[in-house]
Design a protein around this ligand. Structure first.
Ligand SMILES: *Cc1c(COP(=O)(O)O)cnc(C)c1O
Length: 430
């Protein structure tokens, strides 16, 4: 589901013309739809309604304060992976007591900050980390709520760079060792309170099967840990995939059924498949969606600067680069690209859409048929709301783009475009 449509010949986000935003605020420009984010949260919340559950939005997907505030107001919790993300959540009005702290490499300062702010749980990914949290908690006179992340060794059938639940991945503790580890926590780490069990097998899963396989494998273990240590929650992680080949006409989840090429996971299918396995546990279930919540809620607007017709290819050189959106080159991510002015004909041209960065890997699309566009025209790169701005960098000393949140007919600049002064801030000549 999303709120991007052609209306009267122009692409709109809700009731706001993207062409007008591009002209007013310049490009590259990220634009998010609040209604889309709210819709996704509400539908997932309803689908899990049968369970005692908490949606902990994975902040790393899109950590803009306005996005976090939207989710906090809906009652959401947050999955954070750094002290910085916790700081953002608190600044956005989120509740630390609804935050779970994940990640393999938490530092002392981060652990102290999380405990002082009173996070719901710290999800540990190794025994060394558990021992360290125990030590730090003791030193500051706190009892740390912890869960262990289990690596269920299940193939999520997604891109290698976003597979996290296989034995060869750095994440979590082996399924076979979990009970022993909890035993040692209970016996030897007095400053820890065993609060739950967590897993997260990967991102952009487009089939429900790996989720079901993992849940079926881990639920008996959760039951055992519950019986022995009286835990409160089981977190099933995030990973719900989105439809990157969305339709601008219908925008609903049903569209994929007409298109044999793509099979995005619907929340209904997801919930129907996992809830029956989870309900008998009688535990609070945490779900940590990132991409699902914001992926289709954001677009990246860019301007065509030049056209270059080479011997082998035609290049459309645009003003957004891999520093603004790294997914195409890092994950072989496919983003639909469409002009802000609705094309008058169905004519298309096969091009590479490339950025200004001095890297061969700097492209937004390769060998892609897109409608005919000229220099000066604007394009929207769709489904760029997740792992877009949050992975942007200042590479090539390019300022970070501005971000806008649309709510009905209102558009708010929720992050100003960086100036060159901002980019050089804190730098000194020795
Ligand atoms: C990244 C991450 C998520 C979110 O993944 P999505 O695919 O964006 O839903 C959830 N949990 C943990 C622990 C993560 O690291």
């Amino acid at each position: 589901m999303h709120s991007f449509r052609y209306t009267q010949g122009e692409l709109f986000a809700e009731n706001v013309s993207l062409q007008s935003l591009a002209e007013q605020h310049g490009t590259p420009l990220y634009v998010y739809s609040k209604a889309t984010i709210t819709g996704h949260f509400t539908r997932l919340d309803a689908a899990l309604g049968q369970l005692d559950h908490l949606i902990c939005y994975a902040v790393k997907a899109n950590s803009n304060l306005a996005v976090l505030s939207t989710i906090a107001k809906l009652g959401g919790g947050f999955d954070i992976v750094s002290a910085g993300e916790l700081y953002r959540v608190i600044k956005a009005g989120g509740d630390a007591s609804k935050c779970t702290f994940a990640g393999v490499g938490k530092t002392r300062d981060e652990i102290v900050y999380a405990l002082e702010q009173g996070v719901y749980c710290i999800n540990a990914e190794s025994e060394a980390e558990l021992r360290y949290i125990n030590q730090v908690a003791g030193e500051i006179g706190k009892k740390a709520p912890v869960a262990v992340r289990v690596n269920p060794n299940v193939d999520a059938k997604t891109h290698a760079k976003i597979t996290t639940g296989k034995s060869e991945n750095k994440f979590g503790i082996e399924f076979e060792n979990i009970l022993e580890v909890y035993g040692r926590v209970a016996a030897e780490m007095p400053n820890l309170q065993i609060k739950g069990l967590q897993m997260h097998i990967g991102s952009q899963l487009t089939s429900v099967d790996p989720f079901v396989e993992a849940v079926k494998k881990v639920v008996p273990l959760v039951q055992e840990v519950k019986d022995k240590y009286g835990i409160q929650f089981f977190s099933i992680g995030g990973g719900i995939g989105i439809n990157y080949k969305q339709s601008l006409d219908s925008g609903d989840e049903g569209w994929w059924q007409e298109n044999s090429e793509v099979h995005p996971l619907t929340v209904q299918a997801y919930a129907e498949a996992v809830v029956p396995h989870l309900a008998p546990l009688g535990l609070r279930i945490l779900c940590e969606p990132g991409r699902f919540m914001v992926g289709n809620a954001g677009v990246l607007l860019t301007k065509v600067l030049y056209e270059k017709r080479g011997a082998a290819k035609t290049f459309k050189i645009v003003d957004a680069g891999m520093n603004d959106l790294i997914r195409p080159t890092l994950y072989e991510g496919w983003h639909m690209i469409t002009p802000l002015k609705q094309p008058a004909t169905d004519a298309v041209e096969k091009v590479d859409v490339v950025g200004p960065i001095c890297e061969t890997g700097d492209f937004l699309a390769q060998n892609r048929e897109i409608p005919l566009v000229n220099e000066g025209d604007y394009l929207a790169v769709l489904s760029a709301g997740a792992y877009g701005f949050t992975m942007a960098s200042n590479y090539n000393t390019r300022p970070m783009p501005a971000e806008i949140l649309v709510d009905g007919d209102k558009a708010t600049v929720v992050r100003e475009r960086q100036t060159l002064e901002d980019v050089l801030k804190g730098e000194h000549i020795a």
